[in-house]
Design a protein around this ligand. Structure first.
Ligand SMILES: Nc1nc2c(ncn2[C@@H]2O[C@H](COP(=O)(O)OP(=O)(O)OP(=O)(O)O)[C@@H](O)[C@H]2O)c(=O)[nH]1
Ligand SMILES: [Mg+2]
Length: 421
């Protein structure tokens, strides 16, 4: 892994831009979230700066005079880190380095990537994060980033004479990106075998904004001891557990990485294998933190990311979580009216979990069918397979054939029907 230049106990100054159509209040809420991201990364926020802008300055995003002023202010506050809520182009970041090479300028994507790097534990997550980070870094390389050769352990070929250090570094990064992509293809293949094994089971995925309580709900429903933390992006891997709702409704439940506004595109792309479970789900439970003033915004971010992943055709059920944090019943009713089909729960206090289960069963039923089939005794393989991943309601042994009445999800039943003459 190359040098990360990560955020460590740093003082940060936040910058938000009020573009046409946005208000000071909205930007303030976005900066609240940016502050939470900064804290999760290990920085402490020493100030916030906002600017109303009708036009983006291509070289420094905000006006050049304002840019210089912000750098001065950062220096006065003894801050070496400026965090923009908006995405800066590679050229804009470089221009800030030209204005002051003592001060590090990161945008929201860079900050999110920093957190992902810190939280990644499994081989899969570290590989995916490194790929996303290098793709982000490649166009943003400045002289501050040179001499990667040492950190990258001599990967790639040595540069010929006359090449600049940045060119060498770019080449090293490209070689590493190719290698990481190959590793991810291998990881994905392993996942494919696992998911084929599970193709007959009904699968439910928990999806939602980061910190909404997905892992808490996962734990409350399955009893699995997953990592729960009041911080952003606590979960970066996918965990799957079997859940028996009652004797005839068994499913696989998965908990996975959360979403956020302006999640970097290359992060979504490189987390493809982790998010596979969501793509293959029969049902997505969208977990929302109803105590957040941005709950509607969260919902639209989730829809956007699901669309970007190609998962927008999957059936969903909305779950309004953290109801215990709202004491005003008028407020609760107001939010419920905004999400009329949602179930309202507290995953932490185990309130109304039954309603979630009932909703899942309803959805499963829509997806189930019951058929009667028969196989001759000499077709032992299919007799056995046809009873897997389904509920056997009746089994009658006749003279020449075995008659089965089975019930299961439609895709499994259709698969079994292809074995019948
Ligand atoms: N009061 C209250 N807190 C909750 C509830 N559900 C979760 N929390 C808290 O919210 C925080 C985040 O919970 P997690 O389950 O880690 O959230 P997550 O959606 O898995 O978050 P990421 O993995 O970071 O995306 C933790 O501090 C939980 O204790 C709830 O119903 N009520
Ligand atoms: Mg989690």
């Amino acid at each position: 892994m190359i040098e990360k230049r990560e955020i460590l106990d740093e003082k940060a100054l936040l910058v938000g831009v009020i573009q046409p159509g946005l208000t000071e209040i909205i930007i303030d809420e976005h900066l609240d979230e940016l502050e939470l991201l900064a804290k999760t990364a290990g920085a402490s926020v020493v100030g916030r700066i906002t600017q109303k802008l009708s036009k983006i300055n291509p070289s420094t995003f905000i006006g050049k005079g304002k840019a210089k002023q912000i750098i001065m202010q950062a220096k006065e506050l003894d801050s070496k880190l400026i965090l923009f809520d908006d995405e800066l182009s590679p050229a804009q970041i470089k221009n800030y380095h030209h204005l002051s090479d003592e001060i590090k300028v990161l945008d929201r994507s860079g900050l999110i990537l920093d957190i992902f790097q810190k939280h990644a534990r499994s081989k899969e997550a570290t590989t995916q994060v490194e790929l996303a980070f290098l793709e982000y870094l490649l166009p943003r390389l400045t002289r501050q980033w040179t001499h990667l050769e040492r950190q990258m352990g001599g990967i790639g070929t040595r540069a010929g004479m006359g090449e600049t250090q940045i060119e060498i570094d770019r080449r090293l990064i490209r070689t590493r990106i190719t290698k990481l992509k190959k590793e991810l293809v291998k990881i994905e293949k392993e996942r494919l075998t696992q998911s084929l094994k599970r193709s007959s089971e009904y699968r439910v995925s928990l999806v939602g904004y980061t910190n909404a309580g997905k892992s808490t709900l996962f734990k409350s429903l399955t009893g699995a001891d997953v990592f729960i933390q009041n911080q952003l992006f606590a979960t970066l891997d996918t965990t799957v557990r079997k859940l028996n709702l009652d004797t005839s409704h068994t499913l696989l439940l998965s908990d996975t990485v959360g979403f956020i506004r302006k999640l970097p595109h290359n992060l979504v792309a490189s987390f493809k294998s982790t998010l596979k479970e969501v793509l293959e789900a029969d049902l997505i439970l969208i977990v929302l933190d109803m105590s957040s003033p941005q709950v509607i915004d969260h919902m639209s971010t989730i829809n956007k990311v699901l669309e970007e992943m190609g998962a927008n055709n999957i059936q969903t059920v909305q779950v309004l979580n953290k109801v215990d944090l709202i004491s005003d019943s008028n407020m609760i009713n107001k939010i419920k009216r905004t999400f009329p089909d949602a179930v309202t729960i507290s995953a932490k206090q185990h309130l109304k979990l039954r309603d979630v289960k009932t909703k899942i069963v309803e959805q499963m039923e829509l997806n189930y069918s019951t058929v009667e089939i028969e196989f001759p005794y000499n077709n032992g393989k299919h007799i056995a397979n046809a009873q897997e991943g389904v509920e056997v309601i009746e089994r009658i042994y006749e003279k020449d054939v075995v008659k089965l009445k089975i019930r299961g999800n439609k895709s499994r039943i259709n698969q079994i029907l292809t074995w019948v003459d």
